[in-house]
Ligand binder design. Structure first.
Ligand SMILES: [Zn+2]
Length: 108
């Protein structure tokens, strides 16, 4: 038995904070590339659909920023509504998820 095995994991260890940071950085790069592609490919402000698309991407970028702030604060991986741990599998799919699946369904 190694002493490490008996030690309780911190939330940051449970979700893998370094992995989370990498996933968030990757998500941001992908969104920024999308933004560049959309805004570079059409005259600005002429297409309502494009405007709503870029607005959605900017919302995600803001979510990513907030997730990084939660990583810094040590609250990443904790549901913002019920304070239960967000499953690591959910964070792998949606690294900027704020809530667990149950709470997300209630907020829409
Ligand atoms: Zn929850």
């Amino acid at each position: 038995m190694s002493p490490e095995a008996a030690r309780a994991e911190t939330p940051a260890e449970r979700i893998g904070a370094d992995d989370a940071r990498r996933r968030l950085a990757h998500e941001r790069d992908a969104r920024l590339a999308q933004l560049t592609a959309i805004e570079g490919g059409a005259p600005p402000g002429t297409d309502a659909l494009l405007t709503s698309q870029t607005a959605a991407i900017r919302r995600v970028l803001a979510e990513i920023e907030q997730a990084e702030a939660r990583l810094d604060a040590g609250t990443y991986g904790t549901c913002a509504r019920c304070a239960e741990p967000v499953p690591a599998e959910r964070l792998e799919i949606l690294p900027y998820a704020r809530c667990c699946v149950g709470c997300q369904e209630h907020t829409g």
